[in-house]
Design a protein around this ligand. Structure first.
Ligand SMILES: [Zn+2]
Length: 80
């Protein structure tokens, strides 16, 4: 039994948000697109992680640290 850190949610096949099967789906609130056009780097409101294999949405996060990381590296592979 592991005593380390926090357990991240996984899909049925066991992929967590850092697996390359995971597809971060950025959700921007109203006005997010306007920021896009104005050149402001929009911070997503939340990210829904979906597995590219089973299609399951296994995690929704609003953690600013996570959102920053995935905004910069949308196809990030491996852990920070
Ligand atoms: Zn899966």
């Amino acid at each position: 039994m592991s005593t380390t850190a926090t357990q991240r949610p996984t899909c049925s096949c066991g992929h967590d948000r850092y697996h390359h099967f995971a597809r971060p789906d950025m959700r921007y609130g109203v006005g997010g697109w306007l920021n896009f056009f104005n050149g402001i780097s929009a911070q997503p409101k939340e990210i829904i992680f979906r597995c590219g294999r089973c299609g399951e949405a296994f995690e929704t996060t609003r953690d600013p640290a996570v959102m920053r990381a995935f905004r910069r590296y949308p196809n990030m592979d491996g852990q920070p």
